[in-house]
Design a protein around this ligand. Structure first.
Ligand code: AGP
Length: 609
């Protein structure tokens, strides 16, 4: 999704903006640009392509005296990626420059409104309307103009705004799209995400819904939508700056895959005391509330949704109540049947996914109890949730999620055991056994990571394939969804996940000589049936890679290749099984020479509906 940065200080703004934009590259983008306050007004440079292209364009621009500016990476929604559609947008009068993340839903209507008042447009974007609308209302008072324009905007927006007549300030405003403010020494910053400014300051706060900030180099003043001044405590970001760097790995994705043992341990260990009691630190949801819950809905998008599909199985089995996993983009429009006895579990790495944020609001509106599992501290979803459980995975930069997925899975399992203890659906001794099994997950993941050679070998055999079918039953099917998404998003190989029992109801017609089928066979109660499914596809010419338990000789006898999961208890199997499949996707994409961390058309944080 689009990325925004802004700098106001005494240093040359251009190199700071370009460097910060590079730190937002992981969000996905197709064009980039900057706007700087210069002696002769607002100067814009923008281009389709990468920051490297923008660097070439600005190399000969004399900008050392420009100490205030905004920058943008654009992920095209309205209008193709092109120089003209890139941000910043400068109003035709030259008075107002804007960078925007989000979608202005009523931009066509607003264009007509402004056209009728003598304005014209040169881009296909929804965002251009913002700079012109602010310009229209501008009468010497920047804040009044922004607020007036805001009253007419429908949709989501994080905005960075420059006024030529106020050369020492940036105005920032947000609704439903993320924006942080960084406080430095004699300099201040705005950005869509923390890594963008970490090199310059570790003191940040998140701008609240519909808050407007005025940044000068000496101070930052924030107002709520009613015009009241708001005080924000800054949060000190303790991450090592190198946590947001590649640290010797070829890609962030492989670095993050290898960080999983540590990330899982950091997420679960502090929540388990010496007597193996689970401590989640809920503030408002009491034990009584947990006993009164009679159904659970998990809602999220993409991989986070896949976590929900896995979790559904063990929550249902452990708590013996109805549990559903639903895509957040559907949940909101599906009249969900929920009330105060429903627990809605929201899962999101970024905490900014708009579909998920809207699902959260819908759940709250309908009176459900809400627990969110989020990686980014103080993100919108975290801020608006009744209870938040943070995954402590550290910054995840690669678009394809790995360590966030693993930590979400571990945390939701811990939540399940916590609830089982309170509701009495498991004994303390049973829970202790499960917790010990969970404590062994990091070591199990590590042992898989210590033996990547067999996965690399399999990748070398199949990286040229055109189609891949992942099959599994029960939890293995849920894991297939994630394994398939991982492969397709970074390697661009067409892949599908099927519940293995469904194959013969249609999709088996796609299997022909040489088709690659990846069979997940870790769910012991249905192993015989999986073996039959493997035989069925092999009889039609498929090549089969099977992911199997350490002691499974039955599947080994029928598959072409096997990947073994180390010995572990059932609760740990899902956390281990996904790891070689993440690796397989990575090594295949790597052999194909794909842009692994920034796959085409994808964005890390999807802040539009
Ligand atoms: C997974 O690799 C994707 N990047 C994507 O499906 C992601 O999980 C989804 O967009 C949800 O993001 P969130 O966890 O930040 O809400």
């Amino acid at each position: 999704m689009c990325g925004i940065v802004g700098y106001v200080g005494v240093k040359p703004a251009m190199p700071i903006l370009l460097d910060s934009l590079e730190k937002l590259e992981y969000r996905g983008y197709d064009s980039a640009g900057v706007a700087l306050i210069s002696d002769s007004g607002i100067m814009i440079r923008k281009t389709r392509g990468r920051i490297a292209d923008l660097r070439k364009i600005v190399a000969s621009v004399p900008a050392d005296d420009c100490t205030v500016g905004i920058g943008h990476t654009r992920w095209a929604t309205h209008g193709e990626p092109s120089d003209v559609n890139s941000h910043p947008h400068l109003s035709k009068s030259g008075r107002v420059a804007v960078v925007h993340n989000g979608i202005i839903e009523n931009y066509i209507e607003l264009r007509e409104y402004l056209r009728a008042r003598g304005y014209s447009f040169s881009t296909e974007t929804d965002s251009e309307v913002v700079s012109e609308l602010i310009d229209y209302w501008y009468n010497g008072d920047p804040v009044a103009a922004v607020r007036k324009a805001e009253q007419q905007l429908k949709g989501s927006y994080a905005l960075g705004i420059l006024f030529a007549e106020f050369p020492e300030q940036i105005i920032a405003l947000r609704k439903d799209s993320p924006l942080i403010v960084g406080i430095g020494e004699g300099e201040n910053f705005i950005a869509s995400d923390i890594p963008a400014i970490l090199k310059h300051t570790r003191e940040v706060f998140r701008l609240g819904e519909r808050e407007l900030a005025i940044l000068t180099r000496r101070r930052v003043t924030v107002f709520d939508h009613l015009g009241n001044q708001v005080r924000h405590e800054t949060e000190h970001i303790a991450w090592d700056a190198t946590a947001a760097e590649k640290g010797g790995y070829s890609h962030f994705m492989i670095k993050e895959i290898f960080e999983q043992p540590d990330a899982i341990a950091k997420t679960i260990a502090p929540r388990i005391d010496d007597e193996l009691n689970i401590r989640l630190g809920f503030k408002s949801i009491t034990d009584e509330d947990i006993r009164n819950i009679n159904s659970i809905k998990i809602t999220a998008c993409g991989s986070a949704y896949h976590v929900g599909v896995v979790a559904k199985h063990f929550l249902k089995k452990t708590l013996n109540i109805p549990v559903e996993a639903e895509l957040a983009s559907e949940f909101r429009y599906d009249d969900p049947i929920i009330d105060e006895h429903t627990l809605v579990i929201i899962v999101s790495q970024s905490g900014e996914t708009l579909d998920t944020l809207y699902a959260l609001r819908e759940a709250k509106k309908r009176g459900a109890r809400v627990v969110s599992i989020v990686n980014v501290v103080a993100s919108s979803i975290a801020n608006e949730s009744e209870e938040v459980l943070y995954t402590w995975a550290g910054p995840e930069i690669a678009v394809a999620t790995t360590k966030a997925y693993s930590t979400q899975l571990a945390l939701i399992e811990l939540l399940c055991l916590y609830m089982a203890g309170i509701r009495g659906s498991m004994t303390k001794a049973e829970i202790d056994g499960e917790i010990r099994a969970m404590q062994a997950i990091p070591a199990g993941v590590q042992s898989l990571l210590d033996n990547v050679k067999s996965v690399q070998y399999i990748a070398s055999l199949y990286f040229n394939c055109q189609d891949v079918f992942f099959i599994g039953r029960n939890i293995d099917y849920a894991l297939s969804l994630e394994a398939s998404l991982k492969l397709k998003e970074i390697s661009y190989i067409h892949s599908e996940a099927y519940a293995a029992g469904e194959l013969k109801h249609g999709s088996i017609s796609l299997i022909e000589d040489g088709t690659l089928v990846i069979a997940l066979c870790t769910y012991r109660p249905l192993l015989e049936k999986m073996v039959s499914n493997i035989k069925e596809v092999k009889a039609r010419g498929a090549k089969v890679i099977a992911v199997i338990n350490h002691d499974d000789t039955q599947t080994e006898a029928v598959a072409d290749h096997v990947i073994r999961i180390p010995e572990c208890k059932d609760i740990a199997v899902a956390s281990l099984t996904i790891v070689p499949l993440q690796l397989l996707a990575y090594y295949i994409a790597s052999l194909k020479g794909c842009d692994i961390d920034k796959p085409r058309n994808l964005a890390k944080s999807v802040t539009v509906e």
